[in-house]
Design a binder for this molecule. Structure first.
Ligand code: NAP
Length: 239
């Protein structure tokens, strides 16, 4: 049994977030799955509810670029399940092209979704966690949080920022019983940046389910232990 009860997972309509939701539901956590696409969220929740009868899994449609959506998400979660003692900041966007081909909007969205909104979600989650001296924030960053890649400079900047933010936050909130982990995966077999899940060139990539199981393991560590960073790669990736 895990000592956590309710998790909010952003970017849970597909890919890694959806796999993390499944691993959490399997362990008996209440889960709120968050994304912009209601049909995708509905389908994901239906699938999990059918697979795990009696589970408590719901969804909330939110665009985490919007501060009001974040406020409403935490309020709705508290109403439905009680306060969230786990937050997984997983939603992410990025594109791959020379910097001068990025639009201003793409740069803004990349910095916002991968960094500013992640910070905003932490700020929304922390008051209850600190009050209860219990909570876990897991940020899905990237191995690009500490290596360089041409054609993804704004994304890399945001992921570097997410690592720096989380390391600093952990040192600030661990005295209040709140853990913070940055997960830094290499290439995952998902639809990220319009790639095709299961496409041939991705068959050597990390499977989301494998990564999701590592994430849920973090929640089972003893209270006095924290993994501050978790780097994980496919063996064949050049990193
Ligand atoms: P994905 O399949 O593209 O999923 C991204 C998720 O984020 C979707 O559920 C999407 O749903 C949601 N999302 C995007 N913008 C949002 C917004 N403004 N508000 C709310 N939700 C939003 O990508 P993934 O590969 O699973 O990525 C998960 C995380 O892993 C990301 O942080 C990514 O940067 C990181 N990562 C990925 C890889 C990789 O190779 N795939 C490698 C390292 C790290 P909607 O579009 O419906 O909102």
């Amino acid at each position: 049994m895990l000592s956590y009860h309710t998790a909010i997972i952003t970017g849970a309509s597909r890919g890694l977030g959806r796999a993390i939701a499944r691993s959490f539901v399997m362990r008996g956590l209440n889960v709120v799955m968050v994304a912009r696409s209601e049909p995708d969220l509905k389908a994901a929740v239906r699938e999990l509810s059918e697979e795990f009868i009696g589970s408590h899994v719901g969804y909330y449609v939110a665009d985490i670029r919007q501060p009001e959506d974040i406020k409403r998400l935490f309020h709705a979660t508290a109403e439905a399940f009680g306060w969230a003692d786990v937050l997984v900041n997983n939603a992410g966007v990025g594109t791959y092209k020379p910097l001068l081909d990025w639009t201003d909007e793409e740069i803004h969205d990349t910095l916002t979704v991968n960094l500013t909104s992640l910070i905003a979600c932490c700020r929304a989650a922390l008051p209850e966690m600190i009050a209860h001296k219990h909570g876990y924030i897991i940020n899905i960053a990237s191995d690009l949080s500490r290596r360089y890649l041409p054609n993804m400079a704004p994304y890399v900047a945001a992921k570097f920022g997410a690592l720096g933010f989380a390391g600093s936050l952990l040192r600030e909130v661990k005295q209040h019983g709140v853990k913070v982990t940055t997960v830094m995966p290499g290439i995952i077999d998902t639809n990220f940046n319009n790639s095709q899940e299961g496409s041939r060139e991705e068959t050597w990539a990390l499977r989301p389910e494998v990564l999701a199981e590592r994430v849920v393991e973090l929640l089972s560590l003893p209270k006095h232990v924290v993994v501050d960073e978790l780097a994980i790669h496919p063996m064949q990736q050049d990193f």
